[in-house]
Design a binder for this molecule. Sequence first.
Ligand code: GTP
Ligand code: MG
Length: 207
Amino acid sequence: MYFIYLYLYKNKKFKTIELIKFKMGLLKILRKIKLKEHQVRLLTLGLDNSGKTTIIKSILGQDPTSTSPTLGFTINTLKYGNNTINFWDIGGQTTIRSYWRNYFEETDGVIWVVDSGDKLRLKDCKEELHNLLKQEKLAGATLIVLCNKQDINGALKVEEIKNLLELESITSRHWMIMPCCGLTGDGLKEGLNWIMDDISSRIFMLE
Ligand code: GTP
Ligand code: MG
């Protein structure tokens, strides 16, 4: 870069003051790119009671047993290698779902949490997920579906949930489905590693 403006300067394409402005502009752009490179925005969504807050608390090393329904949203930050993850934990109650769209901007990945024991609401869960995936602002976001509450007796298995949610019909984005248990933390590390690897391979290719 130094050589570009040295060349422009030497060839009298720029006066000194313009050169300084040019340099500052470039530095600003570079700083913005750099900042963006290190901030990852993950949205945690799914029906109410599916275990979103429990999962986030578990990932953050907090007590996962003390949650109450999320009425708005909370943001939590986690250092992950060279990156900082911003987890947006948004309430899933029916009345709050219409506000989800306010959080879509600049999302790198969506963690869709499913209550594997809640068979009655899997149809709702499928509809909400497919509605979400139609949103233009989420077009580039990676998707991971976490089949939570695998500790519950009779919980649906990953393969069954994959079929019920018709995940195979999603062809325009990277997605994955994995089992987990928010209360014990089982499967969360694997899920987080997968989504971060996928996002990194898309966004941080220049690093
Ligand atoms: P909203 O904020 O209302 O959208 O709900 P949420 O998805 O954040 O659910 P939350 O994390 O508050 O958990 C709801 C209930 O499910 C709580 O009683 C949790 O203890 C329970 N729960 C969460 N994860 C698990 C799990 O892996 N196993 C079992 N058995 N219970 C869980
Ligand atoms: Mg919650």
